[in-house]
Ligand binder design. Structure first.
Ligand code: ATP
Ligand code: MG
Length: 202
């Protein structure tokens, strides 16, 4: 068995190698550009991560916008927090799509009206960061034209960041993104019969 002295030496060496590796990476990362960040998968944490980045951005005084493509039943904390904030323009899909929707034509009209706001923001150089919350569903259900969404995203101002959330992000969206994370559900309280909790879920 290694003595505690040997373990200390080994640990120090491993940490040095790690530091060199990271320093090397930091040195190579010299590009400054607007990113497309996609947060997808079935696990919890997509929208809350997006709003975490929004809070960071607002903290830095960046001009932000949010477009939420699903109007849930609960008034969300993020909406209450940011709707009147001078640095945030906040849009929530007014009517139509909710999880228990039944009217496809109405949903498409609502999706298109909401996308119009997003498309305008995606051409506005004064907006630094845009959250497109639950956008992926509009593409998986075919409510919006995928190619036109992709074109609008890729032709946005060079320094503008876009954060997109929702399950089942399409391969084309993943392709044009710079950072993609897939959240995996390990367990969720909901499956044990726990109701949605204020602050944690909405
Ligand atoms: P959050 O807004 O909490 O970050 P999310 O954006 O990753 O969650 P959505 O698919 O948008 O997840 O679902 C929103 C709601 O569904 C939240 O109330 C969230 O807690 C709940 N939820 C998320 N993941 C799961 C899951 N695996 N099972 C059941 N409910 C979930
Ligand atoms: Mg979400």
């Amino acid at each position: 068995m290694a003595t505690s002295e040997e373990r200390k030496v080994r640990h120090k060496k491993a940490m040095q190698r790690k530091k060199e590796h990271i320093d090397n990476k930091i040195e190579k990362a010299t590009i400054d550009k607007g990113l497309i960040v996609v947060l997808t998968g079935n696990g919890k944490g997509k929208s809350s991560s997006a709003f975490g980045m929004l809070a960071r951005s607002v903290g830095h005084g960046l001009h932000c916008a949010v477009v939420q493509f699903i109007k849930g039943v609960w008034e969300t904390g993020e909406h209450l927090m940011f709707q009147d904030h001078p640095l945030v323009e906040f849009h929530v899909m007014a009517t139509g799509f909710t999880w228990d929707t039944q009217d496809r034509d109405k949903d498409i009209a609502a999706a298109e009206a909401t996308w119009k706001e997003a498309a305008r923001l995606l051409q506005d150089e004064s907006i630094d960061v845009i959250v497109l919350d639950e956008l992926t569903y509009m593409l998986t259900y075919g409510y919006l034209d995928k190619q036109s969404v992709l074109d609008t995203l890729t032709s946005r101002p060079e320094m503008q960041h876009v954060i997109i959330t929702g399950r089942n992000a399409s391969p084309e969206l993943i392709e044009i993104a710079d950072t993609v994370a897939e959240l995996e559900s390990v367990k969720h309280a909901f499956d044990s019969g726990v109701k949605v909790q204020k602050g944690i879920d909405y």
